[in-house]
Write a protein that binds this ligand. Structure first.
Ligand code: F6R
Length: 602
């Protein structure tokens, strides 16, 4: 969602805020703003709609000052206007505040504040926080903040400063990420490590309801907390010569799978080592049901996980969408484990269920990419996907890391149960080969680009798959619609004749994911139904299947692997297909309209 950065130290704050906001722009990019206290302790405020990465006027801005806060916005409450951009301020322009999240009871708070004479200059929920602090300010910013947090319903990451205490930044969070960066003679606060990683890798993660106070000589939080080191480098968050982060991240697919499995496969024993699950190993032995909870692309990885866990671990499994799971009344007993799957570990809808389940003593596990994220901290145990930073809004490489991790989880749980040594060895040895197979597909990216250019003028697409590749059809459609703004639907190929076939004609192409697996013949029946109705078909098929060329219009080949692992290969051409169509249509692929990287609000 939005991005926050604050700086307090000896260097000039403005360039640090600007570069931090640029690095975080993938989290929100409809407007940006910052406030720096200049050498006379006066606030210098700049707020603007548009993308900070494209703003040329910033190079002409100068302000001498070493304390400041900044924000890049993805609007939730209030339109995209200069006034609604952060930082917001109180009536007397003493307090300056940036906020991620949503204040659910802001309307009633605003009414009360207006009745007391407060004047608002924006439509945002955030502005009520400034006026509430103003009402409660008694010489200490942190005390005022602590007081008002009790009255707020919603989620927040907040950083604020006051003209009356110009050498201080105060920060707090509730269900929205926030870290402190501790450098040499400088302190930073940010909602995302990428904003501060060029300054320090030593960070402290704020917990919910904690208030941190940054001062030049020191910082303090209520509790003594350990410092952790961020294990990725600033270069990992750069484009490394690629035109877009999305392309770079698709190209990093093989190494993402390699990173997920490194040191975890035990080929001789046909099993895997998942250190993050050691503490709950015995509990896992007893469970007889798994509920996977996730959103969007992570939700499709979970659907693949469900198939793997049922087929190979023999455990009844369900894959649930986070936003549904949180509001229905799921029947879950103590023999169930809930597995939360999320790249960011901060997705509000995914996180929503964790606390509730823990209260009922249900085992919660996290499959997460971001170390120290809320999900990683709140679940009982978990597995990191170790995919490194993913910057493009559309998730690509982490999807592969999630599938690889779910495959390992299936082996881990399967070997605790009835999976044979032979089967364990087969999956583990094939998993080790997948990165190499993925590389082979990427070598054909020019062919995929040419096919994408051929299909770019169609307005509607239908993606079909079966069994392990049914979620891949959903993912292919999501990626295409998300970054190209073309209409795309995904579904199970068996469903075609139950309705969607009515759409098919020569202007409605079908992308059929049909590797040579146990459902290939059934897939081809669906493809033929489309061809009979003159629908163009692009097939993703297994190398060596020459016959398919006689049925479909275009083919992209992928190497052969075990059926359960095929999704890690079949999705790569679909990610590239979406990318190249979006490029051909001149879309902003890394920052598609109306979307933000991690959805930390409901
Ligand atoms: C789509 C995409 C989203 C995310 C979803 C969950 O390309 O990226 O659908 O997968 O918002 O995000 P995480 O994995 O951070 O929980």
């Amino acid at each position: 969602m939005c991005g926050i950065i604050g700086y307090l130290g000896k260097k000039q704050a403005l360039p640090i805020l600007i570069s931090g906001l640029r690095r975080m722009e993938y989290r929100g990019y409809d407007s940006y703003g910052f406030c720096v206290f200049n050498k006379d302790k006066e606030p210098f405020i700049h707020k603007k709609i548009g993308k900070i990465s494209r703003s040329e006027e910033l190079s002409n801005l100068t302000v001498e000052g070493t304390t400041g806060i900044g924000h890049t916005r993805w609007s939730t409450t209030g339109a995209v206007t200069n006034e609604n951009a952060h930082p917001h301020f109180d009536c007397d322009k003493n307090i300056f505040l940036v906020h991620n999240g949503i204040i659910e009871n802001y309307k009633e708070l605003k009414e009360k504040l207006i009745s007391k004479g407060h004047k608002f200059t924006s439509e945002t929920d955030t502005e009520v926080l400034c006026h509430l602090v103003e009402e409660n300010y008694n010489g200490s910013l942190e005390e005022a903040l602590r007081k008002i947090l009790k009255d707020i319903r919603g989620t927040y990451g907040i950083a604020l400063m006051s003209k009356k205490e110009p050498q201080k930044i105060v920060a707090a969070r509730l269900s929205s990420p926030m870290i402190l960066g501790v450098g040499q003679n400088e302190l930073l606060v940010a909602s995302d490590p990428s904003a501060i990683i060029t300054h320090t890798r030593q960070v402290i993660t704020l917990d919910d309801n904690e208030v941190a106070v940054l001062k030049p000589e020191d910082f303090f939080i209520l509790k003594e907390k350990p410092m952790v080191s961020i294990d990725w480098t600033p270069e990992d968050a750069q484009k490394k010569g690629y035109e877009h982060f999305m392309l770079k991240e698709i190209m990093e697919g093989p190494e993402t799978i390699e990173n997920a499995i490194r040191g975890r496969l035990i080929p001789d024993e046909g099993t895997v080592r998942l250190g993050g699950l050691d503490s709950v190993r015995n509990r896992l032995n007893k469970i007889n049901r798994i509920v996977l909870v996730a959103c969007g692309t992570a939700g499709y990885a979970s659907k693949i996980g469900k198939y793997m866990l049922e087929e190979y671990a023999g455990i009844l499994s369900e894959a649930e969408i986070g936003s549904e799971f949180r509001y229905r009344k799921p029947i879950i007993d103590k023999n169930t484990a809930a597995v939360f799957v999320s790249q960011s570990g901060e997705t509000a809808d995914t996180l929503a269920g964790i606390g509730e389940l823990k209260k009922k003593d249900i085992l919660t596990l996290g499959i997460t990419n971001v170390v120290g994220s809320t999900q990683a901290r709140e679940t009982d145990a978990g597995i990191y996907t170790r995919s490194g930073p993913e910057i493009a809004v559309a998730s690509t490489k982490v999807f592969l890391g999630q599938i690889a991790t779910l495959a390992m989880l299936s082996v881990y749980l399967g070997r605790q149960r009835n999976m044979s040594l032979v089967m364990g060895k087969r999956i583990v040895s094939e998993l080790a080969r997948v990165p190499e197979l993925a590389k082979q597909i990427l070598e054909n990216k020019e062919q995929i680009k040419a096919i994408a250019e051929k299909y770019k003028d169609f307005k509607n697409f239908w993606f079909i798959g079966r069994k392990y590749n049914f979620p891949i059809a959903l993912e292919g459609a999501l990626k295409l619609k998300e970054i190209s703004y073309l209409h795309a639907e995904g579904g199970a190929s068996g469903e075609l004749k139950h309705g969607p076939l009515a759409l098919v004609d020569e202007n409605f192409p079908t992308i059929a994911v049909c590797p040579s697996d146990s459902v290939y013949d059934k897939m081809i029946l669906g493809v033929e139904e489309v061809k009979v109705r003159k629908g163009p078909v692009l097939a993703i098929a297994t190398e060596g299947n020459e016959r398919i060329k006689e049925i479909v219009d275009d083919v992209i080949y992928i190497p052969k692997t075990l059926e359960m692992l095929t999704p890690m290969l079949s999705v790569i051409p679909l990610h590239l297909f979406a990318y190249y169509i979006a490029i051909a249509l001149d879309r902003d692929v890394d920052k598609p309209r109306n979307l933000a990287k991690s959805v930390t609000v409901e």
